[in-house]
Design a protein around this ligand. Structure first.
Ligand SMILES: [Zn+2]
Ligand SMILES: [Zn+2]
Length: 148
């Protein structure tokens, strides 16, 4: 989710503590990396930036999972068997934050932050099979890949 600016260090620390975790340098680094992302990113993409800062890949992964379990980060898989991580927005607390768009050509996932999708039963239909909607994923060809 695109954000204006990046939270200050005390703000990040407080969010981590409020979620019931200890605020370690690795967790802060992971949170800040996710905050600066404009779309869901993979563990590998986070590691590329954090390994040079002295965190190893396993540490980055473990902390990503800790933050996910604590509810600060959401993890999603878009049919390509790659987990992508994203900071959960502070303002919205419902599960299906915003829809995502997966490009079938380049595989890039983008956030549709300003789009809401509601599922309405077709007129005359009885009951939907959907118990609880957790994510909406749209697939297609992104602007760069769309054939001219
Ligand atoms: Zn594309
Ligand atoms: Zn998103």
């Amino acid at each position: 989710m695109k954000k204006e600016g990046v939270s200050s260090l005390p703000e990040v620390r407080q969010r981590i503590r409020e979620a019931g975790l200890r605020s370690t340098t690795a967790r802060i680094a992971v949170m800040q990396r996710l905050e600066s992302a404009t779309s869901p990113i993979t563990h590998a993409e986070i590691a590329i930036d954090l390994v040079p800062q002295g965190f190893d890949k396993a540490t980055v992964y473990r902390n990503l999972i800790d933050l996910t379990d604590a509810g600060l980060v959401t993890r999603s898989e878009h049919g390509d068997h790659v987990w992508r991580f994203e900071l959960r927005s502070e303002s919205e607390h419902h599960d299906n934050d915003h829809p995502h768009f997966l490009c079938l050509d380049c595989g890039e996932v983008s956030c549709l932050s300003d789009v809401t999708v509601t599922i309405n039963p077709a007129p005359g239909s009885k009951k939907s099979n959907i118990g609880q909607l957790t994510e909406v994923l749209l697939k297609g060809h992104c602007g760069r890949c769309k054939p001219a």
